[in-house]
Ligand binder design. Sequence first.
Ligand code: MN9
Length: 302
Amino acid sequence: MKNNEKFKGIFTALLTPFTEEGKVDVTAIEQLVEYNIRKGISGFYVGGSTGEVFLLRPEERRIVYEICAMAAKGKCTLIAHIGDLSTEKAIEYAKLCEQLGYDAVSSVTPFYYKYSKEELVKYYLDIADAVDLPVLMYCIPALSGVAVGFDVFDRLLSDSRFLGVKFTGNDFFTFERLRKKYPDKILYNGYDEMFLCGMAMGADGAIGSTYNLMAEKFIAMRQLCEEGKYAQAREIQHEANEIIADLVENGNVNGALKYALTDLVGINMGICRKPLTDMPENWKMKFDRKYAGKFEKYYTCV
Ligand code: MN9
């Protein structure tokens, strides 16, 4: 896989907005896509943890993939998270996203049952066999409970069909070892609050939830890193982390982002699917007081 340039940069892990009736809100997806494209992101990661993917019905998942493809195709790079509990379902979504014109598919490590390394590797190989798109591993041990060993990375990354890894963890030693061994693969930083750590260890870009709200900060930071201006980039990381600390305070970062986008940006995101809960009133009040007027409005963003 030679032409990897389109996979470099800042990728927004798209949230899934819901209407008051609890349906996927097509208009809000379109607005959120536009808001992020106008800010200059490189692409979207669709249907991941941030998109509440495992709380969606299969037909809702399809709608999300379709709407995003229609809204963003040709304007930026699209990666679909197609992971599911069974290989069969993951392949079904992968095929759909291939038809829809996505540039790559990605899957979280299979979870719930404790799989052997062989089973884990086979899950990914089966996906790679089923579609003609590059496959991105998604490692997020804090949520999946699966920490992938170097031998598994080796088995998959030595295969040309594998694009790289979305690495949501804080083991930057492993991240650096991957960078050194696989200079041509795409490595994405996962935790937005540690963006600079990933950049320092050679990340090609990053995929994150808080970019829905403040992509411009990460685009600017990445630019500064490219120019070697790490001290300046750190000033922006400090700014971003002040906000992220508030967003993660209650545990449900998706809910916090939805509130911020609805209330302060003007895109109606609705609330999260149960069992995720809405943000407490005192959090909302505190957030409003601190950040009113601080985020670019949807209607004025150019
Ligand atoms: O993978 C995201 N992870 C999850 C990326 O949502 C589980 C991150 O963007 C975090 O939401 C973010 C806040 O901790 O860094």
